[in-house]
Every structure is written in structure tokens, then in C-alpha cells.
Design a protein around this ligand. Structure first.
Ligand code: UDP
Ligand code: MG
Length: 352
């Protein structure tokens, strides 16, 4: 009798990792004004890790919080030495805070998670299971968006749809930053040092075999979301312009279309004159056309300007962030060998 395939069987082509690994799991958590969440968050994560008997470190990134977030982190670190703190010099935004945390993480697998308990730490068990199957990325896809308005849901859906049609690598829908990455993937992500970063785009761009896990996203435990519609709009612009040149191409096509339309319109007026001898009552048409063309030109200039601004920022070659202090955790980093160590060395060189 043939034995049934084992539960843990990896999909074809993937090499399963040993049941005991990862030797160290890094949990990276960017936090901005999360004073009320840090301690409950730590409790929830520790509980989940205890249940999994998984050695771990937590890398907190204080993203220039104006409340007691840093104090709470330090409080935790004095009791739990497996806590690392990266204290950024000011608020750099979640994307950069996340990068700072990834730079600091030393585990052979790294989980990225929000501080507000919207990402349930229990899912990390499923992440690790996926990692053992041989996947390099295991990400969580929200089944439901509780506590979010229909407008947020609708705009998010529209954004993903647009990115799917013009982006270089498909962005998985309803997926946040909550995910587990192998050391290889983290090194790849850390090697991309562009200043305009859109982490979802970066994660998608580096590739590697990925697995999806469904989960329910809870409403925020305490505090308020830092994303308003203006910030979300800017994040979408960032996502679009940092990962694709499609808007530039679209402007070109749009220009062609408008020119074609103008040509046909011109031909129509000439024909009208020739056939009916109709003197053209031109002023309103003319005014409308000039205004229309002016508008189109300004819009296209704006698109070009977006890219130009990004080139400007990238050429400055500034470091991504500055820190007041980096307080490492006391856990020992797993030994790395060969290619991995080389890649890590390369990545750390480009951080400096
Ligand atoms: N965050 C950050 N810097 C910022 C904004 C947010 O580090 O400038 C952190 C925040 O503390 C939280 C995570 O990013 O841990 C997600 O933020 P939020 O909950 O506001 O976003 P949402 O869940 O609404 O997408
Ligand atoms: Mg949140």
C-alpha cells in the first residue's frame, strides 16, 4: 500500500529545511507612537514563540515617536535581553523604518510585523511551517479587512488592480508587510538601497519562491492609524513611480491620441469649408482646444517631474536613515557560510 504523502511534503523543486530550523527567528517591528501597544504586543509575540519553542529576537525600530514608545522598548529590553532597539533620529516613515529593522535583524528567518496587534502573532507558526517546506517568502493575505471603511477597501482594491496591470512584478492583493523571509531574501531586500522605497514593490521585485497564508486582520488594538488618505495617495504614487515607467509611456500614448484627434478635427473643419463654404465659427473651439492642450502638457510635465524628482533624490546618494542609537540583542547570530556570508558582507557595505 502506498503511503500517503506526508503533511510537510514540499512542492516539487523546493528543498525542505530541517524541522529544527530556524536557529534564530528575528521579528522586526517598526513603531511610531505605539506606547500603548508595545507591551501587549511583546506579550502576544512572546506567548506565540513560547508555544512554538522557537528561539527569537525582537528588533524594535522607534521611528521618531513623540510619545513613550522608546521608554517602553527600553523597559522591555532591560527585562528581555533578546530585544534589539533601533532608534531612528526622526520619523522616516514605515518603509524606511522597516529597512532599518531588516538591516539589524540577524536571524536566519525574519518576520516583519506591525506593533498594533493587527497582525496576529499566531500566524508566525504557519510562516515557519512554510519556511520549512522550502519557501523563501511566506506572506499573509488578509481574508477580511475588519474595521476599515468601504472607501479604504475600494481605494486599496483599485490600487492593486492598477499595479497588477502596469507593475513589473505582480503585487499580491490584500497583502501587507506581514511576512516571513529567509536570510537569502532579506539580504536581497537589504541590497536594494533606493531612497524611494515601496516595500511591497521591493518584496515582489526580488522574487524567490513564495507561499500565501490566509488570515483575518483584526482592528487596531490601541492608538490611531498613521495613514490618512493623503499619505495613502502618496504611497500609491510612490508604489507606481518607484517600480514602473508605465506613466511615462502612457503620457506618450496619450499625447499621440490627442495629436491624432486634433488632426482629424482640423481635417473636418477644412472639409466643411471646402464642401459647404462654411466660414468657421472658430473662437470657442479654439479656446477649448488651447486650454485642453495646455492642460495635457502640464499634466505630462507633472509626470516627468515626478520621475525627475526621484532621480534628483537618488543622485544625492544620502544614507537611508540615521540612528540615535542601535542597541543590539544578546542572542547569538547563527553562523553563516559561503555565498550567504558574502552576500551579507556586500549588503552591509552598501549600508555604510
Ligand atoms: N509606522 C512607522 N512609521 C510611520 C508610520 C507607521 O513605523 O511613520 C508603523 C506603525 O507604528 C505600525 C506599522 O507601521 O507598527 C503600521 O502602521 P499603521 O498601523 O498606522 O498602518 P495600517 O495598519 O493602518 O496600515
Ligand atoms: Mg495598523
Amino acid at each position: 500500500m502506498a503511503s500517503p504523502p506526508s503533511e510537510n511534503a514540499s512542492p516539487p523543486g523546493l528543498t525542505p529545511r530541517p524541522e529544527t530550523a530556524p536557529a534564530l527567528l528575528s521579528i522586526v517591528c517598526p513603531a511610531y507612537n505605539e506606547a500603548d501597544n508595545i507591551i501587549p504586543f511583546h506579550k502576544a509575540v512572546s506567548k506565540a514563540m513560547r508555544r512554538l519553542a522557537q528561539p527569537f529576537e525582537i528588533v524594535f525600530v522607534n521611528d521618531g515617536s513623540r510619545d513613550e514608545t522608546l521608554l517602553k522598548m527600553r523597559e522591555l529590553r532591560s527585562v528581555h535581553p533578546n530585544t534589539a532597539i533601533v532608534d531612528l533620529s526622526r520619523n522616516f516613515g514605515k518603509e524606511i523604518a522597516l529597512t532599518a529593522g531588516l538591516d539589524q535583524a540577524r536571524g536566519d528567518a525574519v518576520v516583519v510585523i506591525d506593533a498594533d496587534l493587527q497582525d496576529p502573532p499566531e500566524v508566525i507558526g504557519d510562516f515557519i511551517a512554510g519556511w520549512r517546506e522550502g519557501y523563501d517568502v511566506v506572506y499573509a493575505q488578509r481574508r477580511a479587512r475588519h474595521g476599515e471603511s468601504w472607501l479604504k477597501k475600494a481605494t486599496a482594491a483599485a490600487f492593486y488592480k492598477m499595479m497588477r496591470s502596469v507593475g513589473p512584478a505582480p503585487l499580491p492583493e490584500n497583502v501587507g508587510d506581514f511576512r516571513l523571509m529567509s536570510r537569502k531574501t532579506v539580504d536581497a531586500v537589504c541590497a536594494l538601497r533606493e531612497r524611494h522605497r515601496f516595500m511591497k514593490g521591493v518584496f515582489a521585485w526580488v522574487g524567490f519562491p513564495a507561499k500565501v497564508i490566509q488570515y483575518d486582520r483584526a482592528p487596531r488594538a490601541a492608538g490611531a492609524t498613521k495613514w490618512n488618505y493623503w499619505k495613502l495617495w502618496n504611497l500609491s504614487l510612490e508604489g507606481l513611480t518607484s517600480s514602473t515607467l508605465a506613466p511615462l509611456k502612457l503620457s506618450t500614448y496619450f499625447g499621440f491620441a490627442v495629436a491624432g484627434f486634433a488632426f482629424l478635427l482640423g481635417a473636418f473643419f477644412i472639409m466643411k469649408k471646402l464642401v459647404y463654404g462654411d466660414p468657421v465659427q472658430g473662437f470657442p473651439t479654439l479656446a477649448a482646444l488651447i486650454l485642453f492642450l495646455g492642460g495635457v502638457q502640464l499634466m505630462v510635465l507633472g509626470v516627468i517631474g515626478e520621475y525627475l524628482g526621484r532621480i534628483f533624490n537618488e543622485t544625492k546618494q544620502r544614507p537611508l536613515y540615521f540612528t540615535n542609537a542601535i542597541e543590539a540583542s544578546d542572542v547569538e547570530a547563527p553562523l553563516r557560510t559561503g555565498e550567504e556570508a558574502q552576500r551579507a558582507a556586500l549588503a552591509s557595505r552598501s549600508v555604510a
